[in-house]
Design a protein around this ligand. Structure first.
Ligand code: GTR
Length: 441
């Protein structure tokens, strides 16, 4: 896709709005990109309880330690999210059994979170391959620009929600010219040809991505924010987006064309962080993919390389629970690090990916986190990464934890998808028998 970037200068920061990557990037000129300047650090041991006693076996992890780690991420990093709303209702607002020239069945589903037409809602775009035997495995991921940006298909409903200014967006609203503007990140036909359904939703439906966005998102309508105040460990925007992914999964598990036990959650960048948090909390996700997720995602917080806890909590305070800011420049005080977020996905297949030019996201830190999650996979009888060293560019590695470092910039592109599809083939097709039954959390 042709990249159209706008450079804004704000208080000494370069803010780049790039629609192919979707998101904004804010990078200070003095960020550390020198390995020699990464301070020495010791990672918390996922296989040791908070009281120091060792986790001895799979049962210790599954029944006690996993919950302890999850709670630390809730209390310190992303905040608590509410459970599923009892009144949730979904309505198919459009469908076409012969979409994309007959390749797929398209359905657009409005998810009414409190069951009413006027309450908080978001919209799922679902394509199911017509040639594949039902029920099919699926990829589910949030998008940055509205469902209509993932493909030029004129049948996709144009989003009416607030969105960041960019190509085809006027006055923070999408126009017809923005159709397909994010298509480079969503090789829809290829995904369908490989036998997977694709479900996506606009993250801004759940919460507009800016500091005051919570007022117009689910956090002001459901859960603690309805009182107008958030406690230090109440959910942030990543929590709200991740919660939305679980609600989308609620809907997909009821769709007879989709196999709810074989849904992979995927996300790029801030939405990669979101996919990880969704997959960590909601064990119904059969596979988790974090593309260039960086700080607050797969990258180790203690490795001060590229983005740091200080930067991310200053520039994007709304993403996290407010307590997380207390760890700015104090990562060693954090009782967890991001390898333990990855470990929460175990024993399910997990894919972490980096890009060579995406130093802001710290590719090495993403790899090292995957490596440090491996002991938990091993304890649960899975092989994990299976390699010791950061692989050369464009060489995918891994067993139950996949990893690659694509040559190129911060983006989700066809190469990345090819690796995820291959990985899904290995884990969601052949290994389907070891998947958990679909159940509510
Ligand atoms: C950047 C942010 C990163 C990453 C990125 C994105 O500005 O610093 O953590 O999430 O945005 O979402 O593309």
């Amino acid at each position: 896709m042709r990249e159209t970037n706008r450079i804004l200068q704000a208080a000494g920061w370069a803010v780049v709005v790039g629609l192919s990557a979707g998101p904004t990037m804010a990078q200070p000129a003095d960020a550390n990109y020198d390995e020699a300047k990464v301070p020495a650090y010791t990672l918390p041991d996922p296989l040791r309880f908070a009281d120091g006693t060792p986790v001895r076996d799979a049962r210790d992890w599954t029944e006690r330690r996993r919950a302890e780690v999850l709670r630390l991420f809730e209390v310190q990093v992303y905040g608590h999210s509410p459970g599923p709303p009892a009144a949730l209702r979904s309505v198919v607002v459009e469908s076409d059994p012969r979409a994309l020239g007959g390749l797929a069945t398209r359905r657009q589903v409005r998810v009414l979170l409190d069951g009413t037409e006027t309450g908080p809602a978001f919209e799922i775009l679902l394509y199911v391959p017509n040639a594949a035997p039902r029920p099919v495995p699926a990829f589910l991921g949030l998008n940055f620009g509205g469902n209509h940006t993932v493909h030029p298909d004129p049948g996709i409903r144009l989003s009416t929600a607030w969105m960041r200014e960019g190509p085809g967006v006027v006055g923070h609203r999408a126009t017809e010219t923005s159709r397909g503007s994010g298509a480079a990140s969503w090789p829809v036909e290829r995904i369908l040809d490989r036998g997977y359904a694709l479900a996506t939703a606009y993250y801004g439906d759940l919460e507009p991505d800016h500091a005051a966005g919570w007022r117009d998102g689910v956090r002001s309508r459901l859960g603690p924010g309805t009182s107008g105040r958030f406690a230090p460990d109440d959910w942030g925007a990543i929590g709200a987006w991740a919660w939305g992914l679980s609600r989308a999964l609620d809907v997909l598990t009821k769709d007879t064309d989709v196999d709810g036990r074989r849904v992979a959650v995927i996300g790029h960048s801030r939405l990669g962080k979101t996919a990880l948090w969704a997959g960590a909390q909601d064990e119904r996700f059969a596979m988790v993919v974090a593309n260039d997720s960086g700080e607050g995602g797969a990258a180790l917080a203690r490795r001060r390389f590229g983005e740091t806890t200080e930067t991310i909590t200053r520039v994007f305070p709304h993403w996290f629970c407010s307590r997380y800011r207390e760890y700015a420049d104090r990562e060693d005080a954090l009782p967890v690090d991001q390898h333990e977020l990855l470990a929460l996905v175990a024993p399910r297949p997990l894919y972490v990916a980096s890009a060579t030019e995406d130093l802001w996201a710290d590719p090495r830190g993403e790899f090292l986190a995957a490596k440090a999650a491996e002991p938990v996979y091993r304890l649960l009888g899975r092989a994990g990464l299976g390699v010791e060293d950061l692989p050369v560019p464009d060489r995918p590695v891994g067993k139950t934890i996949g990893y690659h470092r694509r040559r190129g910039e911060h983006a989700l592109v066809a190469y990345d998808w090819e690796q995820y599809l291959d990985f899904a083939d290995r884990h969601l097709l052949a290994g389907a028998q070891h998947l958990r039954p679909a159940s509510s959390r």
